[in-house]
Each structure stands twice: as structure tokens, then as C-alpha cells.
Design a protein around this ligand. Structure first.
Ligand SMILES: Cc1cc2nc3c(=O)[nH]c(=O)nc-3n(C[C@H](O)[C@H](O)[C@H](O)COP(=O)(O)OP(=O)(O)OC[C@H]3O[C@@H](n4cnc5c(N)ncnc54)[C@H](O)[C@@H]3O)c2cc1C
Length: 453
């Protein structure tokens, strides 16, 4: 039986990053990845990267459709989804090649198959053809990711009721698309399909979009979506979805309104991949289907660690990478580095983009400041709404405790706020930093100056 210092189950961002870091720390490392998917996990194959590739196409198409605004005489014919998918596939191939090269270059063996615990130190890897191999890990990392959550009353059928995985494979533009869930996934698909030409209705059970974030920002995003022609129904839940004559009939719980749509995207959340891991054989505890870890990323079994979507929480690739960095250090020196995720940005690449970091609520000692949305030079020439900037400030120290931004390039602008939260910078320090003219980020500096008043 082959034996390694560290065995990692799952080759998504969390597993890949852990394997590279632990290898750099001098450990012998093995990575196990299901044969169904290339290295890179959901992020590369079914998540971050295909959506960002398609959203880029949507941005280009939006510019073409709105060319007259920029003094250009261009007509934009209807899009061909299969052509866009082909370009996305090319992007993904380049990324797959890059990741495989990085893992090969680091000399990390990849075992293809499904990993499951045989005991607390042994993992059995089963291939699709039934072959299996047993390997041993002194330390083990569970990085198995997550899958889309289903509605209890309407399971995925791949044709009418779809998960994000399934909608990404779809090559025909639905005339009417209903999206359930106003979180990051729902908002990104709403932008994508609305821009491509579908009639989109976005339904969210809570009162505002991006419901885990600041309410004002969620309401602002709703307003901006509606101004573009996306129908947004907040505070709304679905009673039933019935397939009739090739369409989906929608009944709402708290409204007498009914609707008929071509497809429904269920984007209500994701569930950790724990099935088939045989966690009982190792004694790893779960809570509501998610792997429980302590602040040092250890499961209930001290030499078994877990991270990424498998432990719930932020469920973002860069959060998984942050967890990998903390986990690797704790593996080297147990209980040395507690996880601190308050400075991990939370984002949706819809249009306009929305990005947040740190605290998202006013509490004792934390006050909020929302900048009056004034156009700046950049927003005027770009012909986009000016950035919405809200900051959460510690009253006594004037340290930036959190921020949320909506607007063009918000997912880039948020890094300045992440730097502030991570390093406990004050609004004065942000305000005195020179911001480029003309840049959307200038609204951050203006906001910081206004808080100084
Ligand atoms: C539509 C969509 C868009 C997204 N966009 C973004 C974004 O823009 N930015 C962002 O930060 N995040 C985004 N995410 C979230 C991001 O994809 C995840 O947070 C990230 O992929 C989690 O990484 P992970 O390593 O925990 O797991 P995963 O990426 O899920 O990888 C786990 C891997 O383990 C494999 N596996 C599972 N079980 C086993 C087993 N028993 N044996 C062997 N292999 C196994 C799986 O096949 C998978 O390949 C998006 C997600 C979706 C669905």
C-alpha cells in the first residue's frame, strides 16, 4: 500500500491549493480526484470560470446592443448560445491545462477515482470500471466540495427544472427563464440570460437580493436590475412548479399571481458532498450534512482536516484557498493558526457587480455610512450608474470594519476595502491615499472623506 504524509480527497480549488502548499512545506502528498471531472473542481468546470466566461460574452453583447450610447453604429444580431459555449470550453481547456501542469510540475501524484474512508488513515479509491486501490495518509484532508440543493417539491429534470450545472450546458436560449434564489448564483445568471435576450424573472424569499448582505445594498441591486428590465420578486416563495405542454406553470405561495415559463433555474443554495465518503469508518462528525471543523480546520478526528464547500460557510473559491493556507500551517504545527475569515470578500459578478467584505450590519460600536451616489468622471464616460459605497466603521477607532460596493468593477474595488479590514486601516488612512482620476474607486476615497466630516 502506498503511503503519504498528506492525502487530499477532492481536486477543486481547496484541494489543489492544499496539495501545492503542503508539498512546498516538504510533505509527501497525494491528490484524489473523481474521474467524472478534471482537476479544478466546480470552480473551473461548472462554477466560477464558465460563468465568468459567459458573463464576459454578455458584457461584450451589452456593449454591442448599447453601441449607440457610445456613438457607434453597430447592430447586434441574436446570440447563438452554442457558439458562446464553444468559446467558454476553449477558456476552460486552457485553465485545465494550466492546473494539470502546475500539479505535474509540483510532482504531486493524482489518483483518479472516488475516495472513501476504509479506516481513519486508509482511503480506498474506486474507479468507474470497478478497480480499486488502497492508500494511506498520515494526515487526510476532505476537500470534496458541494452540489446544488434541490427544491423538495420539484426535482431537477435537466430540461425544465435545472441546476446551475445543467443550465450551463444548455445551448438553447429560453424565451422565459425563472430563477429561484437571489444570491450570487441567481444574480449572475439573471444578468447573463437577460443580456442574452431571455425574459428573466428572479424570485427571492427574503426582502432583498443578496440576502446575507446589507439590506440597503440588496434593495439597491433590485432597483438597478429592475431598471434594466429584469423582473425581481422579493419576499416571494414558490408553492408549486407543474410541467404542462412543455412549459413550467409557476404558483407562488404568497401571491395569487401565476406564470408560465420555459425553464426554471433552482439556485437556492448548495449542499456539502459527504455521501459515499464513509465518514463513519473514520469517525468524522457532520452537522446537518456538512463536515464540522474547529477553528484550526480539524474535524472531530484530529489528523483529518476539511475545508471549502464541504464545510459550508462562505462557499467561495478564494475562501477555500484561504482555508487551505490556514490548514496547511496547522498541519505543520497543530493548533497554531486559527481561521479568521472576516476579510474574505463576498462577490457576485452580475451587472452591476456587487462585492462586500467584513461586517454587514450595524451593531454596538459599529456605525454605517452610505455615500450619496454622485456620478464621477469615470461613471459619466463609461455611461454606467456611479458606484454605491457603504462602509461600516468602528465608532471609537474609526477602523473600517466592513464595506459593500455596487457598480462597475466592484469586484476589483473591494480589494481596497479587504486590505483595510484585514489590516485595521482607518477611514483617514483610506481617505489620504491618492486614488486615480478618473477611476470608479475614487468613490471610495470620496466616501472616506465624507466620513471624516
Ligand atoms: C455557478 C457557480 C458560480 C460560482 N462562481 C464563483 C465565483 O465567481 N467566485 C468564487 O469564489 N466562487 C464561485 N463559486 C463557488 C466555487 O465554485 C466553490 O466555492 C469552489 O469550487 C469550492 O471549492 P472546493 O475545493 O471546496 O470544492 P469543489 O470545487 O466542489 O471541488 C471538489 C472536487 O472534489 C471532487 N470529489 C468529490 N467527492 C469526491 C470523492 N469522494 N473522491 C474524489 N473526488 C471527489 C469533485 O468531483 C470536485 O471536482 C461558484 C459556484 C457556482 C456553482
Amino acid at each position: 500500500m502506498k503511503s503519504f504524509d498528506v492525502v487530499i480527497i477532492g481536486g477543486g480549488p481547496g484541494g489543489i491549493y492544499t496539495s501545492i502548499l503542503t508539498k512546498q512545506l516538504g510533505k509527501t502528498v497525494a491528490l484524489i480526484q473523481d474521474e467524472q471531472e478534471s482537476l479544478g473542481g466546480v470552480c473551473l468546470n461548472r462554477g466560477c470560470m464558465p460563468t465568468k466566461s459567459l458573463l464576459k460574452a454578455a458584457t461584450a453583447y451589452r456593449y454591442a446592443k448599447q453601441a449607440a450610447k457610445y456613438g457607434l453604429n453597430i447592430t447586434a444580431p441574436p446570440i447563438d448560445l452554442s457558439q458562446l459555449r464553444a468559446v467558454t470550453d476553449e477558456d476552460l481547456e486552457k485553465l485545465r491545462f494550466g492546473i494539470q501542469g502546475m500539479i505535474d510540475g509540483a510532482g504531486i501524484p493524482v489518483f483518479r477515482g472516488r475516495g472513501a474512508f476504509k479506516s481513519a488513515h486508509e482511503i480506498i479509491i474506486t474507479k468507474a470500471d470497478g478497480d480499486s486501490e488502497l492508500i494511506r495518509g498520515e494526515q487526510i484532508v476532505i476537500a470534496t466540495g458541494s452540489h446544488p440543493a434541490e427544491l423538495p417539491f420539484a426535482t431537477f429534470d435537466g430540461t425544465h427544472i435545472l441546476s446551475s450545472d445543467q443550465l450551463l450546458k444548455n445551448k438553447v436560449l429560453p424565451e422565459k427563464l425563472l430563477i429561484l434564489g437571489g444570491g450570487a448564483i441567481g444574480c449572475e445568471f439573471a444578468t447573463m440570460y437577460h443580456t442574452f435576450g431571455s425574459d428573466v424573472c428572479l424570485v427571492e424569499a427574503q426582502e432583498s437580493l443578496m440576502p446575507r448582505e446589507d439590506r440597503d445594498a440588496g434593495l439597491k441591486l433590485k432597483e438597478l436590475f429592475e431598471a434594466q428590465g429584469i423582473k425581481v420578486m422579493t419576499g416571494t416563495t414558490i408553492k408549486s412548479l407543474t410541467i404542462e405542454n412543455g412549459k413550467v406553470k409557476v404558483a407562488y405561495s404568497n401571491s395569487s399571481e401565476t406564470d408560465t415559463v420555459d425553464k426554471v433555474l433552482v439556485g437556492i443554495g448548495r449542499k456539502a458532498n459527504t455521501n459515499g465518503l464513509n465518514l463513519e469508518a473514520a469517525g468524522v462528525a457532520t452537522e446537518q450534512g456538512t463536515i464540522s471543523v474547529n477553528t484550526f480546520m480539524q474535524t472531530s478526528v484530529p489528523h483529518i482536516y476539511a475545508l471549502g464547500d464541504a464545510i459550508g460557510g462562505l462557499m467561495l473559491s478564494h475562501a477555500a484557498e484561504k482555508e487551505a493556507a490556514v490548514l496547511a500551517l496547522n498541519m505543520l504545527s497543530p493548533n497554531s493558526h486559527p481561521l479568521e475569515e472576516s476579510a474574505v470578500p463576498r462577490v457576485a459578478f452580475c451587472s452591476p457587480e456587487i462585492a462586500a467584505v467584513g461586517v454587514s450590519k450595524v451593531t454596538d460600536g459599529i456605525k454605517a455610512f452610505t455615500m450619496h451616489q454622485v456620478p464621477n468622471g469615470r461613471s459619466v464616460v463609461d455611461k454606467v450608474p456611479p458606484a454605491f459605497v457603504k462602509m461600516f466603521i468602528e465608532e471609537n477607532s474609526r477602523v473600517v470594519a466592513g464595506a459593500i460596493i455596487i457598480g462597475e468593477a466592484a469586484t476589483e474595488m473591494i480589494h481596497e476595502m479587504a486590505l483595510a479590514v484585514e489590516n485595521r486601516l482607518t477611514v483617514e488612512q483610506i481617505g489620504k491615499t491618492v486614488h486615480v482620476h478618473p477611476a470608479h474607486s475614487k468613490n471610495i476615497a470620496i466616501a472616506a472623506h465624507q466620513i471624516n466630516c
